[in-house]
Design a binder for this molecule. Structure first.
Ligand code: ZN
Ligand code: ZN
Length: 278
């Protein structure tokens, strides 16, 4: 059963699934990381993902919160953890409280307030860092890191027994490596892409491209707190990502119009790395 549309892209050993149209609905998840971004709607098949991070409280990124929580309860899954902007926590609690009255069912979940500059440990080896986005309301962008613990080079040649003894003695013989896997801009002006080098070097970048240079001047688009195809053209030589997913297109554009305009201004689509999720 597919109740809501979404794309699915397998990259390396994980999958990016999601869909986003400005003012309509936005939802993304990486099932292998047990992690999703934004709850603008919730495809039935997404409910197994237990951790969600919400970029901002615009309706098209948050409206499915009660639906998601109630589905997990109905299906006897553990209560989910939802990270959301700190200023949205109390209104979201009140909303869930009112929905409990309307739906006559409990809505068990943990709401965790987050702000820019934080690190969220989703699991032992998946870490998410939060960044300030530039949008019309407070919003965040995120980068997902794989965390690996490695043996310091000076211990590499030691036999396993000796390493075990050193470990047991409490010696500090390892170091941590963080690899940026997936960056997600949420809704933002393009500045966020250059606010930290990992946005343009994460293996996968999921970026909003709400407008495609057809009717508004760039200054107006940036004032709305959004990005335009023209911003991607300016940055085209800086993307080191293996895959760039552009999405959150305005509903005023048809799929054909988006493709035509992107191929006109970014011929070759960043050597085939640019994917359009429309
Ligand atoms: Zn949006
Ligand atoms: Zn928004």
């Amino acid at each position: 059963m597919q109740d809501l549309p979404y794309y699915s892209l397998k990259h390396r050993d994980y999958t990016i699934e999601g869909y986003s149209r400005g003012a309509v609905q936005t939802y993304w998840r990486i099932p292998e990381f047990h992690l999703g971004f934004d709850l603008g709607a919730q495809p039935w098949s997404f409910m197994g993902t237990p951790n969600w991070i919400v970029s901002h409280s615009h309706m098209d990124h948050l409206a499915a919160l009660p639906q998601y929580v109630t589905r997990r309860r109905m299906m006897k899954m553990t209560p989910p953890t939802i990270y959301l902007p700190s200023e949205a926590k109390v209104p979201a609690e009140q909303l869930l409280f009112q929905w409990q009255r309307l739906d006559r069912g409990r809505l068990p979940c943990t709401l965790v307030p987050i702000d820019p500059g934080m690190e969220i440990a989703i699991s032992r080896n998946v870490l998410v860092k939060t960044f300030a986005a530039k949008h019309s309301i407070d919003a965040m962008s995120f980068i997902v890191y794989q965390v690996k613990t490695k043996l310091k080079p000076e211990y590499l040649d030691l036999p396993g027994e000796q390493i075990r003894d050193l470990r047991l003695s409490g010696a500090d013989i390892t170091y941590e490596v963080q690899t940026p896997l997936v960056a997600y801009t949420g809704d933002s002006r393009p500045e966020v892409l250059t606010s930290h080098p990992d946005f343009l070097s994460a293996q996968v970048l999921i970026a909003e491209m709400t407008f495609i240079s057809l009717e508004h001047p760039l200054a107006t688009i940036h004032k709305f707190g959004h990005s335009d195809l023209a911003d991607f053209v300016s940055l085209k030589d800086q993307f080191k990502n293996e895959v760039v997913i552009a999405s959150h297109f305005s509903t005023r554009y048809s799929e054909k119009q988006i493709e035509r305009q992107v191929d006109k201004y970014l011929p070759g689509r960043l050597n085939g790395r640019l994917k359009l999720f429309m």
